[in-house]
Design a protein around this ligand. Sequence first.
Ligand code: ADE
Length: 219
Amino acid sequence: MFDSYLRESIIGRALKNKKISVSFYNPRDFTKDKHRRVDDKAYGGGPGMVMYAEPIIRAVQKAKGRPVLGAKRAVKKNVKVILLSPSGKKFTNTYATTLSKKYTDIIIISGRYEGIDARVKKILKADLSMDVDEVSIGEYVLTGGELPAMVMIDSISRQIEGVLGKEESLEETRISSSEMYTRPEVIKHKGKNYKVPKVLLSGHHAEIEKWKQRKHKKS
Ligand code: ADE
């Protein structure tokens, strides 16, 4: 699921240029029974399965132990653990920026099934002293954490120095408007002319900035 997306475009280029790195840890590889089970029925009943805590905790410990990207020798790691959950705190661009600046490593726990045993969070916080947040990417329920994980990888990565090229830009660093135009100046469609606003062709920078700000506020 992750491969095709992570190979492509800006994120693919960032991975190739070692601006970021992404590794995967499958809880199944951290089970101790021969069937490699990762889930079971919920105590107290109810529909759906719950993911076992222990394989996830072992996977997180393993992920935490990997070397920092590009480091020649030991570097102090700053690790954040994100538990994806539709009931977590809302993921925003501001939060993505904070994560990109504050942490060297981010471990995203992406669950399937109905949920994850609540002791994962408790043990990571209490015993392993890890910095854990429960995060939701929006008010809708998805079938798994894979898409939310990819959303987070994309949005955090683009905040990292060198990930966006000259052609792309962090929208925070310029005034963007909700309306953008490129060539041609006029599009004829069903007998009507759709023109680029005159001010954008005027070369009058102050007027253009004013127009952009007006459009920005409206959006
Ligand atoms: N898992 C399922 N739905 C989710 C959501 N909206 N955000 C984060 N993780 C999820």
